[in-house]
Write a protein of this length. Structure first.
Length: 167
């Protein structure tokens, strides 16, 4: 078992692969640990609400980061069963550790990958173009409705089918 100070040094190290929010969460969890074992005693085990207050992060961010830290090997969580948590108010037990190094280097967090731009025409109302009735058209044949951008530049309003320049 690693001691608290060794984990702190590993987190503060320049080559630590964790994101700033991951580092902040681990350093916050370390404030509750026993300094010699890096285990949070049961009576001090923080809830998500406690972690939210202590870090200033959103609850969803904390949940995502805890899952990532567990996958990377920085945190080991022992979760109680749902009925025990409700009836006996049992909490998650945390044990912090330094993950083993892989032969290619330290484990890294998942990288953000840019998704390709959406292909095809957009749908929905185009707020940039205004309805312009065609000159000389009778009110019966020209429908008065907002231009709704559809496929290939034609209006998507039911039974219209005019191109964008005609609106």
């Amino acid at each position: 078992m690693a001691e608290r100070w060794a984990i702190e040094r590993a987190v503060r190290d320049a080559e630590c692969p964790l994101s700033p929010t991951g580092r902040h969460l681990i350093l916050t969890l370390l404030t509750w640990t026993d300094h010699s074992t890096a285990v949070i005693p049961a009576q001090f085990s923080p809830s998500l609400t406690d972690l939210e207050r202590a870090t200033g992060m959103a609850r969803s961010t904390i949940a995502v980061r805890l899952n990532q830290l567990e996958e990377l090997g920085w945190v080991v969580r022992l979760r109680p069963k749902v009925d025990e948590a409700r009836r006996k108010k049992a909490r998650t037990a945390y044990r912090l550790r330094i993950p083993p190094m892989s032969p290619t280097g330290p484990a890294t967090e998942p990288a953000l990958v840019r998704q390709p731009d959406r292909l095809g025409p957009t749908t929905g109302r185009d707020s940039n173009t205004k309805h312009r009735p065609t000159a000389g058209a009778s009110t019966k044949t020209s429908q008065r409705h907002p231009y709704i951008q559809g496929a290939n530049g034609y209006c998507a309003f039911p039974d219209c089918g005019k191109s964008a320049p005609l609106h």
